[in-house]
Structure formats: C-alpha cells, structure tokens
Design a protein around this ligand. Structure first.
Ligand SMILES: Cc1cc2nc3c(=O)[nH]c(=O)nc-3n(C[C@H](O)[C@H](O)[C@H](O)COP(=O)(O)O)c2cc1C
Length: 243
C-alpha cells in the first residue's frame, strides 16, 4: 500500500510511479512525502502517531529540493514507536518548493527539468531495490545533517513558520482555488469573499504555488518569489486527495 502526502505534486508523482512499477499485491507499506526542514512533515508525523503499525513494514521514499538531513533517524523512531518495522529509506531530488526564507526560491526552468527527468530513473531504481527485499538507506544527507535535523527541525515549525503570515494581496480575485486546494481545509472565505487562513496549516505552500494570480503571500517575503507546480499537479492532487 502506498501512502502519500504532497503539496505541489512532487511526492504524488513519485508515489504514482512506484504504484505503476510495483506489483499490485506488494504487501509492505511505502510512505511518500516531501522533506520539511530536514524532517518529516509534522502533519504526517501526527497522522502516523495515530496508527498501530504492528506487523507492518514501512519504507520511506521522501522527495527533497536539495537534502534530507538525518530524516532516517526520525523515521526509524516514529515507525518503531508505533510497533512497525522499518524497511528501506530513500530520497528523490525534485524541484524545490520552499520560498519562505530569504535566498530560497524555486529552481530555474533548466534545473526543474533536469531534476524531473532524473527522478524517473531514480524512482524505478528505488522500486527495484524495495522489491529485492534488501533493506537499504540511501538519502542525500547534505552538510551538517545532525544540526539540521536534530536542532533546526524541532525549532522550525515552532518558531520559524507562522500560519498567520499567509494572506491574500490586492490582486486576489476571490476565485477560491486556494480554498478548494488546501489539504487541511484551513482556508475559508471571509465576509468580503476573499480567503482567510486559519491556524491548522501544514505549511505545504500549495495555496501559494497554485494561485493563478500570484496573490497568496507569506508575509512580504514571497512577493518576488517564483511559483512551482508539478507538471501533472492537476490530476495527481485529485488522485491523492487524502493521506
Ligand atoms: C515547509 C517546507 C520545508 C522544506 N524543507 C526542505 C528541506 O529541508 N530540504 C529540502 O531539500 N527541501 C525542502 N523543501 C522542499 C520540498 O521538500 C521539495 O520541493 C518536495 O519535493 C516537495 O514535494 P511536494 O510537491 O510533494 O510537496 C521544503 C518545502 C517546504 C514546503
């Protein structure tokens, strides 16, 4: 069974390809998600913390713009705390979606295309490795993974990101796309017909990237940042509506 959480469709595309390549009766669980601040998205952590995973083997295939830190250590602790057995752990490099800090932006068109074209072979290789039954960890740890995952990750969602910073700008047409697409149902239509953000944000940034008039902003930092959606976002997102 493949479980997937995805903001802009990168992880959903990987999950879809794995589904295509692996046999239908493949018994293990494969969890596919983006890397958030060198760790597992808290929304997914909270979901897994509700599950009984006894007798389940859980593989992780995470997608990252650049590097994963020690995400495997967090995965191991999380799965074992639910009684599950850890399988293989892989990362796939995909176009970057994080734009909320200075100097961080979406990738250029060339880099985006390169990452997407390399990802297909990487996912096929991952599927073959998972099928072989050998347990393996093959992730892009990057520099200072201990600091990134052990120190920055726990602080990132507590102090680094703030749901109340999301707002619409004057160019918002009130089309409701962000409201409809929010995986958390965290955006409501205000009295003026325009979107209002609540506190239950997964920080996936789908509202920002999917806005067709670039009218969703995170503080003032995203005003000049680019937007990115996976080329197959539209149908991928319907396919993986829920975790
Ligand atoms: C809140 C947030 C934090 C992120 N942190 C990281 C990170 O620590 N390392 C990294 O390489 N990419 C990071 N990214 C980029 C995503 O992991 C990457 O673009 C991923 O493929 C997005 O997948 P999705 O479209 O399925 O959401 C982050 C993205 C977001 C939205």
């Amino acid at each position: 069974m493949i479980h997937c959480f995805s903001g802009m469709g990168n992880s959903a595309a990987v999950a879809t390809r794995l589904e295509l390549v692996l046999p239908r009766d493949f018994a293990d669980d494969i969890w596919v998600c983006p890397v958030y601040s060198w760790g597992i998205p808290p929304v997914l952590v909270r979901h897994i913390e509700t599950l009984d995973l006894s007798d389940r083997t859980c593989h992780l295939v995470c997608t990252c713009g650049d590097d994963t830190g020690n995400i495997d250590i967090q995965w191991r602790k999380l799965i074992e705390s639910r009684g599950g057995e850890v399988g293989s752990i892989f990362s796939v490099r995909m176009p970057n979606t994080f734009v909320c800090f200075p100097f961080m932006n979406v990738d250029s068109r060339e880099v985006t295309e390169k990452k997407l074209s390399e990802a297909a072979d990487r996912v096929d290789a991952i599927a073959a490795k998972i099928l072989s039954g050998n347990r393996e960890t093959d992730i892009r740890r990057g520099w200072l993974p201990g600091l990134k995952s052990g120190v920055i990750y726990p602080q990132f969602f507590r102090y680094g990101m703030h749901a109340e910073k999301f707002h619409h700008t004057v160019s918002c047409t009130g089309c409701g796309r962000c409201i409809n697409l929010c995986p958390q149902k965290n955006i409501a239509r205000g009295a003026d017909g325009l979107p209002e953000w609540g506190a239950d944000c997964a920080f996936c940034l789908r509202c920002y990237h999917a806005c067709s008039t670039h009218s969703v902003a995170y503080g003032r930092i995203t005003a000049k940042k680019g937007q990115y959606l996976h080329p197959d976002f539209q149908w991928l997102i319907k396919k993986f509506k829920k975790l």
